[in-house]
Each structure stands twice: as structure tokens, then as C-alpha cells.
Design a protein around this ligand. Structure first.
Ligand code: ZN
Length: 298
């Protein structure tokens, strides 16, 4: 399995730059990490998934952490904020967290102060980690001081329950301080419902991975992109039944993928993948066997 270099170069940090209508999209990376391939592909046998996602000697596959910056002309939006710098030492070791999102911002010449909207698809620590930054003296401060943050109310409530199954996925310092200060707005978007955030940007609830997973729609001048988050984490997960072992409701994930493809394929959406380091975006079409496949971005 080829690993990117330990010392990130600018293409490791900036995974893609493209336009959508009048909007400018930049895909930044908080780094690549390694996760167990079996967990990432649930009940799919390794003999099948390893053809698309080669595993290392410890059965781990390479994943990315993609943050999408959207400049609409009126707003500068950050979708998702990577792993961050607050992991407990044991988890930091397991994930070999790169903590490179601030460097990616600097390399792309985007200042954190410019971000006026942050959207979290859900509040797992690998999606909301840089919402806040731990300073060298141990304080927790907002990484984006001028931003309004948006997340689903149900995610905050679920995180607070600290359930046996997924307590480890929620680090309250990623959201509690922002809710307390009023900087984070909690939405109540119900399944299949769409909530507008700012012109051209809205969120839609696709349950399955978590009960309130939000996808982010980006629409400008007839173009449509969608950050589909952990409903379809990488382009190796396009088959409707190749859902993750992490999903709380995998059967729902399969149904929600059908609902997503029913629009994304005929309307030729640009699909943005949260954990695909190699192919962070592309269009999906059906092959001769009627299976969804990726057409790499032009
Ligand atoms: Zn994830």
C-alpha cells in the first residue's frame, strides 16, 4: 500500500481546487490515517474489498480527512474540520493523527478568520476535531473565531449520552464550548428534510451512519455538489450494500444511498468524499451492470 510522505507537500495538503458555477471549492486535508479495513467495509468479505482498498500487514487501509472550503462571494464556508489536536494520547497513537489542517489553510492562503460558516456533518471526532484548538497552555479556543458553526442538535444530545457503543467517537470539547458561547447553531433537520444555511448552501439529513447524519448541498448557477460524508465515505464504498461496520443502522444506510443516487446520478452532481484521500471528488454514473461507479473529476 503506497503511503503519502510523512512530510506533507502542498498536494498532500490541498487535495483539489475546482469551481462550481460561481463558487470556488478547495479541498484541504487534515492528513491521511489508517483504519481497519474490515471495520470500514462491514460484512463485505476482504477478498472483495481489498481489490479496491489494499490493506497493510495490520489489515489497515489508507483514508483521508477532507475539509471543503466554499467561497460563494458572500460567504466562506468550511465543511468538516478533521481530527484536530485534542485526541487522548492512546487514540492519537492509533490514528497517527497528522494535525495538518492549519498548515493546509496556510498553504492554500485561506485564513481561519475568513471562515464565517462552519458545518459539521456529524460530531464524531474525525469530523469536528478542529472546531476548537487546544492551545499550548491547555485552553480550548474556537479555531474559526468569526464563524457561525452549524451541527445537528441530535448529535450533541447523542454525544452527551456517552453510550457503550460509540462514546469514544464523541469529544465534547469539539462542540460544548461553542454551544455554551452561542457560536454553534443546532439544527433539527429531520430525515430527508433540507435546511438552508446561506444562499447556495443547505444541509439534508441522511440517517444510518448516525441517526442525524447531514449531507451538505452546494448549488450555484445550475451546478450541484454534495458533501455526502459518512453515508459514502470513499469512492470504494459506492455499492449500495458496501456500508461501514461503524454505521449504527446499516440497513438504513443502504436505503439512504438509494435515495441519494436517485438524484445524484441523473442530475450529475459532483460528489465530495469525506475520507477518500486519493479521489476526494467525482461524478457517479451507472456501469453496464447497473452498479454505481466513479468518473474522476475532469
Ligand atoms: Zn468519518
Amino acid at each position: 500500500m503506497p503511503h503519502p510522505s510523512e512530510q506533507p507537500n502542498s498536494s498532500d495538503l490541498i487535495r483539489a481546487r475546482t469551481t462550481l458555477g460561481d463558487f470556488e471549492l478547495t479541498i484541504l486535508s487534515d492528513g491521511w490515517y489508517l483504519l481497519d479495513g474490515g471495520a470500514m467495509f462491514g460484512v463485505v468479505p476482504k477478498t472483495l474489498w481489498q481489490k479496491r482498498a489494499p490493506a497493510d500487514d495490520d489489515n489497515r487501509i489508507l483514508l483521508g480527512l477532507n475539509t471543503v472550503i466554499v467561497r460563494t462571494g458572500r460567504h466562506t464556508i468550511a465543511i468538516e474540520t478533521g481530527i484536530g489536536n485534542k485526541l487522548p494520547p492512546k487514540l492519537r497513537d492509533i490514528y497517527a493523527a497528522k494535525e495538518q489542517l492549519p498548515l493546509a489553510f496556510a498553504t492554500a492562503q485561506i485564513r481561519p478568520e475568513e471562515i464565517d460558516i462552519v458545518i459539521n456533518s456529524h460530531l464524531h471526532f474525525d469530523h469536528s476535531g478542529w472546531n476548537t484548538t487546544q492551545t499550548p497552555d491547555g485552553r480550548i479556543v474556537p479555531t474559526f473565531p468569526n464563524a457561525r458553526y452549524f451541527a445537528h442538535r441530535g448529535e450533541v444530545e447523542h454525544g452527551h449520552l456517552q453510550l457503550e457503543r460509540d462514546a469514544i467517537s464523541y469529544i465534547s470539547e469539539n462542540y460544548d464550548p461553542l454551544v455554551a458561547s452561542g457560536q454553534m447553531t443546532l439544527v433539527d433537520t429531520r430525515p430527508a428534510e433540507i435546511t438552508p444555511i446561506v444562499p447556495g448552501i443547505s444541509v439534508e439529513c441522511f440517517p444510518g451512519h448516525t441517526a442525524q447524519l447531514l449531507a451538505v448541498h452546494i448549488e450555484s448557477a445550475g451546478g450541484h455538489a454534495c458533501y455526502i460524508s459518512d453515508l459514502i465515505p470513499t469512492s470504494a464504498h459506492l455499492d449500495t450494500t458496501w456500508v461501514m461496520g461503524y454505521d449504527l443502522d446499516p440497513v438504513r444506510s443502504i436505503a439512504e444511498r438509494h435515495r441519494f443516487y436517485a438524484r445524484a446520478i441523473p442530475e450529475r452532481w459532483m460528489v465530495l468524499f469525506t475520507h477518500d484521500h486519493q479521489q476526494p471528488c467525482g461524478q457517479i454514473s451507472l456501469n453496464e451492470k447497473n452498479k454505481p461507479v466513479l468518473q474522476a473529476a475532469p
